[in-house]
Design a protein around this ligand. Structure first.
Ligand SMILES: N[C@@H](CCC(=O)N[C@@H](CS)C(=O)NCC(=O)O)C(=O)O
Length: 114
C-alpha cells in the first residue's frame, strides 16, 4: 500500500515509479487530500467521511502507529506499507529505491530495462 498526499512531490515520485513499473495492481494507492497541524506536526488526513481502506483510519499517523506504537517522529509521505507484515518503510530520499527493492523482496519481481 502506498500512501501519498496530492501536494507532495516526493510522494508523486514514488507513485510515478509505481506506474512506470506497472505495479498498480500490486501496490494499492491511498491518496490523502487534506492536512492538519497538531503539536507542531503535520497530520495528513482525509476530509469528511472518507477513510483509509485497510483500517478505517482518518489520519496517516494512525497507520504509522500501527506499525510502531511508540513512534514519535514525523508522519511523512510517501509512506509504503507492507500489508503482509504490518510494517512500514520510511521514505526519505531513498524512497524510490526502497520502494523498488521492497517489491523485489516481497514479490520477486525483476526490474529490467525495457
Ligand atoms: N525527502 C523527504 C520526503 C518526505 C517529506 O518530507 N514529505 C513531506 C511532504 S512533501 C512530509 O510528509 N512532511 C510532513 C512533515 O514533515 O511532518 C524526506 O526526507 O523525508
Amino acid at each position: 500500500m502506498l500512501y501519498i498526499h496530492r501536494g507532495c512531490p516526493w510522494a508523486h515520485r514514488a507513485n510515478i515509479v509505481r506506474s512506470l513499473k506497472g505495479l498498480e495492481d500490486v501496490v494499492r494507492l491511498v491518496t490523502f487530500n487534506h492536512s492538519e497541524k497538531s503539536e507542531g506536526k503535520v497530520l495528513w488526513c482525509f476530509e469528511g467521511e472518507e477513510r483509509e481502506p485497510l483500517y478505517g483510519f482518518k489520519y496517516l499517523k494512525d497507520v504509522y502507529k500501527k506499525g510502531e506504537p511508540g513512534f514519535d517522529g514525523r508522519f511523512t509521505v510517501p509512506m509504503l506499507w507492507d500489508t503482509k507484515t504490518g510494517k512500514y518503510r520510511l521514505t526519505s530520499e531513498k524512497v524510490v529505491v526502497d520502494f523498488v527493492y521492497l517489491l523485489i523482496h516481497l514479490y520477486g519481481f525483476a526490474f529490467l530495462p525495457p
